[in-house]
Design a protein. Structure first.
Lengths: 149, 132
């Protein structure tokens, strides 16, 4: 263990002169990044580009449909070339929104207990909502196999 | 975290003069949160209604084409375009480009104008071409 004996900002202060103020910054300097911040940052960008491409596909697809009634939408989603991008869109979107809302929570919820609880609930809500959306798309897509119409 | 009260704090939000870059920055967060809550709920409702059958889908379509539904729809489309354009601006800034003050402000204003333009174009297309 190495102990820093000279501290900037305190000219003339001797290490032996007694307790010296140490800022949180001084304690973490040189230790590298904490935990998984860089990975979170990178995944947020990755999912943003994926969601952007898939939403352009969704908007163009919906505008090209002859109608947005039940029959037109379900027939469209029975095509694997619509169902698969829709599943990818759900994954990219809920992954992205979960990370974005987590950053907002981390910025504004300072109490550690509340922060932990908020992020826990956010994860449950995001995964739960995504699961419902995925199940709905699969139900429409797989109904095509059994029920010709 | 302990802070020595004798040490100075950096100037806080309230001392800065507002500019388009600040507006776009906070709008990115606000529109992102709005899309994440309202937009995601609408997406799940639409898909689950489509999977549940004709009646559930009609109920969703009835809400979506009512006046409150249309107002939310216009708001969500604007939020989507604003978040997308300011997100693209962030990707450019992530590679270290566009930090010069004038250029930074110019593209901030462009995301605001672009989002309004795209929202207007989308709904003009829906109303005029599709005759909704």
């Amino acid at each position: 263990m190495s102990v820093e004996t000279t501290r900037t900002g305190e000219p003339g202060a001797s290490p032996a002169a007694g307790p010296v103020a140490e800022t949180p910054l001084a304690r973490v300097r040189g230790l590298g990044s904490a935990r998984e911040g860089a990975e979170h940052w990178w995944h947020e960008r990755l999912s943003s580009v994926a969601a952007l491409l898939l939403f352009v596909w969704l908007i163009v697809s919906l505008l090209r449909l002859p109608s947005l009634d039940h029959r037109a939408v379900t027939e469209w989603l029975r095509d694997p070339l619509a169902a698969v991008p829709m599943l990818l869109l759900i994954l990219a979107t809920f992954w992205h929104l979960k990370m974005g809302l987590q950053v907002i929570i981390e910025d504004y919820v300072h109490d550690e207990g509340n922060k932990f609880l908020s992020i826990l609930l956010l994860n449950f809500a995001a995964v739960g909502a995504a699961a419902f959306a995925i199940f709905a798309v699969l139900k429409i897509a797989f109904a095509a196999a059994g029920m010709p119409r | 975290m302990s802070r020595n009260p004798d040490r100075p704090l950096s100037p806080h939000l309230s001392v800065y003069k507002w500019g388009p870059h600040m507006l776009v920055s906070i709008l990115h967060r606000v529109t992102g949160a709005g899309l994440a809550v309202v937009g995601a709920a609408a997406l799940v409702w639409w898909l689950v209604a489509a999977a549940s059958g004709e009646e559930a889908y009609e109920s969703f379509a009835g809400w979506a084409t009512s006046w409150p539904g249309i107002v939310i729809g216009v708001g969500l489309s604007w939020a989507f375009f604003q978040h997308t354009l300011s997100g693209l601006r962030h990707l450019v800034m992530d590679i270290g480009a566009g930090f010069e003050i004038e250029r930074n402000k110019f593209w901030a204003v462009m995301t605001l104008a672009g989002a309004l333009l795209l929202t207007a174009a989308l709904w003009a297309y829906i109303v005029m071409v599709r005759g909704a």
